[in-house]
Design a binder for this molecule. Sequence first.
Ligand code: SF4
Length: 324
Amino acid sequence: MNENAVDLPFRTLVPWLVERYGRPVHRVALDAGSSCPNRDGTKGFGGCTYCDVEGSGTGALKSGADLARQLEVGLKRIARRDPDVGAIAYFQSYSNTYVPIARLREVLAVVEARLGSTHPPIVAVSVATRPDTLSEDALDVLAELARKTDVWIELGLETADDAVQRAIRRFHTLRDFEDAAARVKARGLLLVGHAILGLPGDGREGARRTAQALAAAGCDGVKVHHLMILRRTQMEKAWRNGELEVLDEVTYVSWLADFVELLAPEQILHRINGDSPAEDLLAPHWAAHKNDLRARLVAEFARRGTRQGSTHSPVNAAARVSET
Ligand code: SF4
């Protein structure tokens, strides 16, 4: 399905990127060697129960590549695929603002020094982090960079239910997310919120509450995927013991449609599917190709006669904020 040629019932990333940057844009994933308070004992040990031991990392750091080299290799790789693209320098692994400010400056300086002089051009910097590791000092540094290029902050919410957050050992709260999101927006940075549907104990209502929270926070972009069981995670054991179930594809598409209906019409869906190396994925195995899943979601909206934003209510979203 060509998302540029079809009037989809939801907003997708590629047309927005072309509109904003005047060209298709690809990510260059960078590993700054950051850590995570859920692994070093500050909040917990062992990480979130669904996170693999690499911390959803790019593997670049393991390969020993320094950042400048990672960037150079990544830019060459995307230019080989399409010479007319732009690049997003994407600090993906772990919690990238969970470092001393001097280190954050040092990391961002590697990209900043190359702005305007690379091919493909770097059009934005995207920084993934946890809501409880985004200090005002870190935001100062990021806002400074935003005077020169777009800065996206990717914040994991995953679920709006604090009890589920504790059960999956994520150890931050919805309030942490709302607070961090408001501070990102106040600095004029672009905000991308993450959600996982099908976390144990969250259910269909949980998916709906999470969508409302992401809408209320004013996320510019949303990434959502189904719960995946990966090797070397705490969930692997529970799943092997039959204590944990994952969503089948029909259920996921149905919950996803609920979720997207509750988002605001202008929010951009960066992703609706999971993405993990096949050798690490234990379940579910339906994990459809991105375009298949998109076609199924389109069909679900056609069946319902709805689209993104159909059940969105700015009033409910505002109420959601005032409850906390
Ligand atoms: S998912 Fe993120 S916050 Fe959780 S353990 Fe992995 S890197 Fe840390």
